[in-house]
Ligand binder design. Structure first.
Ligand code: ATP
Ligand code: MG
Length: 354
């Protein structure tokens, strides 16, 4: 099928105290319309940065230093996204300009591991999903609410009408995830980016959400760029697989190619390195992974190198200097300013013994 997204030689740099970090170093891949591409690779390899580049929601200290992000969903572009009908180079757009605002949430959406990254605690589910419609379509509040209800039904809320008036905190983790998916899909984007959408959920709910994404993809015909550490998920859902390592692509190919005969031993090493937490109450620990991408580090034996002098056996999990601030991204996404800049986690460190 048609190429929907073509990323060409993408480079992303971060300005950090004392220099520049080259997080993405010349990455190229494509996503065909309606297909599922899995983006895999160890922690810190640049998967989220690549995804955030496509939506232009990179942190402030990041810049796209080179390359193109060509998006063409076949829609004749009018209004802000006007380039004569061909592909739009997202890398060349202004991150907060009208064209990018029209694409983001309208034609390309993202869902995250932690639904509260997308959902505001202050507004009802109906208002938030409806708001996503009104940002992109000229509709009345009533029409937006009807579309929100329809999408809540499609993501299988047990009682979509009632769900409109609930607040995120009243919902279970799985339903919050569904609300976030409804908000992402309510405008029928051609591309959904899912950045470890189910990592924080328990295994049963994970399977339900992945099945839901697969069903919605069949229903709505969107392509999915799925970032995951779970190679079982890759084996189930992906048409094509792109493996990243330290900001570069190590290998890519169809699912069959990649699993049957990795052209590079890296995927095999990755299969062994996938972190596993066999600790039932410890599921609460997993969301730390999303926080690490905002600064600080999560260390797990056999997954990332231990700092010099660490005990050879090492703790099961060590979290060092994690900091998370709410704000810029959420404000950009919804146009809401509430809570911007609030420090949610400030320099948290702890370790859990084996
Ligand atoms: P994970 O699987 O843990 O989510 P990832 O592959 O998504 O990892 P990214 O979040 O894309 O990794 O980060 C890639 C690299 O970009 C990191 O190793 C880090 O060097 C750099 N990086 C990410 N965010 C920042 C930031 N805010 N400031 C400086 N460097 C950053
Ligand atoms: Mg990530």
């Amino acid at each position: 099928s048609r190429t929907l997204l073509r990323v060409e030689d993408l480079k992303v740099d971060f300005q950090v105290p004392g220099g520049v970090v080259h997080a993405v170093r010349g990455v190229s891949f494509r996503v065909r319309a309606g297909s599922t591409v899995a983006l895999v690779g160890e922690s810190g390899s640049g998967k989220s940065v690549a995804a955030q580049s496509i939506l232009r929601i990179l942190p402030r200290n990041a810049t796209i230093a080179g390359g193109k992000i060509l998006f063409d969903d076949g829609v004749v572009n009018e209004g802000p996204v006007n380039n004569g009908g061909g592909p739009v180079d997202i890398a060349g757009l202004k991150a907060d300009g009208a064209a990018m605002r029209a694409l983001r949430g309208g034609r390309i959406s993202i869902i995250f591991q932690e639904p509260m990254t997308s959902l505001s605690p202050l507004h009802t589910v109906g208002d938030q999903v409806g708001e996503a419609v009104r940002l992109h379509q000229r509709v009345t509040a009533r029409q937006a609410r009807a579309q929100a209800e329809d999408m809540l039904r499609r993501v299988r809320f047990p009682d979509p009408k009632r769900a409109l008036d609930t607040y995120p905190f009243e919902l279970s983790g799985g339903l919050r995830q569904r609300a976030m998916i409804a908000m992402a899909l309510v405008c029928r984007p051609a591309l959904l980016i899912a950045d470890e959408p189910t990592t924080a959920l328990d295994v049963t709910i994970q399977a339900q959400i992945l099945k839901l994404i697969k069903d919605l993809q069949a229903d709505l015909g969107m392509a999915v760029l799925l970032i995951t550490h779970d190679l079982g998920v890759v084996a189930n859902l992906a048409d094509e697989v792109v493996v990243m390592h330290r900001g570069r692509i190590m290998e890519s190919g169809t699912r069959e190619d990649i699993f049957a005969d990795p052209r590079h031993p890296y995927l095999k090493a990755l299969l062994r390195a996938v972190p596993r937490f066999h600790m039932a109450p410890g599921e609460r620990l997993v969301p730390i992974r999303s926080i690490t991408s905002q600064g600080g580090s999560l260390l797990e034996k056999d997954h990332q190198p231990w700092p010099a002098g660490a005990d050879a056996a090492g703790p099961l999990l060590a979290v060092e200097g994690v900091r998370k601030r709410y704000g810029a991204r959420k404000a950009g996404w919804f146009g809401a300013k509430a809570g911007a800049g609030t420090l949610a986690v400030d320099d948290v460190s702890f370790a859990i013994a084996r």
